[in-house]
Design a protein around this ligand. Sequence first.
Ligand code: N01
Length: 576
Amino acid sequence: MPDGVLSNQKKINQGRITKLDALIIGAGFSGLYQLLCLRDKVGLSVKVVEAGDGVGGTWYWNRYPGARCDSESHSYSYYFSDEILKEWKWSERYPGHAEVVRYLNFVADKLDLKRDINFNLRVCSATYNASENVWAVETEQGECFECTYLITAVGCLSSTNIPTFPGHESFEGEWYHTGQWPHEGVDFTGKRVGQIGTGSTGIQAVPVIAETAKHLTVFQRTANYSVPAKNGPLSKEFQEYLDANRADIKETIRTTPNGHPFVISERKVFDVNDAEREKIFEEAWEHGGLGFRACFQDIAFDKNANDVAADFIKRKIRSIVKDPKTADLLTDIDHPYATKRPPIDTNYFETYNRDNVDLVDVRSSPIECITPKGVKTGNAEYELDIIVFATGFDAMTGPLLRLNIEGRDGIKLADIWEAGPKSYLGLQIPGFPNLFTITGPGSPSVLCNMPVAIEQHVEWVTDCISFLEDNKIASIEATKDSMDKWVSHVNECADVTLMPHAKHTWYYGANIPGKPRVFMPYAGGMARYRAICDDIAKQKYIGFKLGETDTGDVWSAPSISVDDLVEAAMVKGPAV
Ligand code: N01
């Protein structure tokens, strides 16, 4: 290995470099399944490195009050194993964080995965060595690995965003970010709590914190839509329905645009009269959950249709919130419905009717600083014992960039993504051979029910690595041309939705100062994306450069254009 690839720490540890076929970073939904596939199906030597001391990924860290999945539990599951589907019984319509962690432990134990997971190791660099065709990976703890294939399974929302407020360090109380919640929990009893942020996380946390806090002040910068989750225990009849209909449910989640267990209606908002429309919205509201946006086909694409849905939700908020000033603030929403990730809630708006809860508008009067006693806005100082930052994440690119990935000829991922993330299929980047980014930017990921997106990626990567191994091909690397075409397709797909009406969202990277404004996920729909990926694999990985075989031959892929392939796989009509 050429000198210079090894850092000082690695030189110290040279004697104990673990050499592997594949290394996976992260032990959440993606990492666990990827380990199973590469170890037990392909037969490679594989390890997972995980920063936490247990499995769970996102769910290991996000233990804030009220943390609960917005996808329905029966669809927020692995579907690759009928046995696991049969054995595991979810208790509620939406799983709370503790139940998801139990589920992932159950899967990891059942499949004997933990013996190949190295916990408490945080990767701090990954460097490609072209002469050896290996990745050298180091952890903060000084462990070193060398592998042919490097797979990031680091999640999209795992790099926390704590805004810089002057005086933060002077605060005399306690403070927490929801994404780094203490495992022992936080006792709010008798405390004056301030929560900054009203995204999906904040909306879940408010009602639960309010139950025990002496007083809760919610600092809202952008008002948000939310639809009731209507959570509750799963009945015996529903469990029986699930057992009898697994195959159909699997078919639905794998063929709908967003991987949820419901089909988007073909009906448009103005296809029906006012009374009928109101009835449909009312039923969807009563049923609850993310299916609200699926009750008409055009809510995500037609501004006039969206305005009608938005108006319905605002009227609902007004009917719940008793104080007119608070209701004004909560309904002063500056973006179309679902152009920011649409939250669902349990008693969020109802909580503002409690005597111990106040809403503070920090749009008209922003937070100026944090003082030793609390939070100071342009108008007032709020004395607090605890500050909760529900301020989100450096989404999608943050978790990848903090790995300090360096590819061929010393190119840094941070440099080539300086103007925003670019990749082919959200899976591979030119200059980074044999590196696969599960649910990376440019793939459906956060616009989809995550386990569905994850299974599709893991299975695609597994097939791809099997293909390389079977044909003794040394490497696979996206070409620049295919990456550029994919990036323009990603932009095209976003542009037919209403997403560009809300450019201040984390989908565009706008929540992080200085981050380039680029729409990151693929809005063309999971079904279309799956078809494109399948075709690319069938066409012997068109758009990728395949490295030498072990006989020195260079593998030649068929020369069908990526454009033709994307076009051929297009499902008619827009989809998110
Ligand atoms: O983060 P967010 P999140 N001053 O970025 C505010 C997933 N998720 O953790 O909108 C004042 O959406 C910010 O205000 P604004 C889901 O994909 C899933 O809530 O930028 N306020 C906003 O209100 C979701 O989208 C589930 O004006 C500041 C909030 O903080 C994603 O995670 C549950 C501020 C951040 O909202 C992220 O959601 C929860 C400042 N300086 C989350 N900086 C489940 O399915 C930020 N804010 C379970």
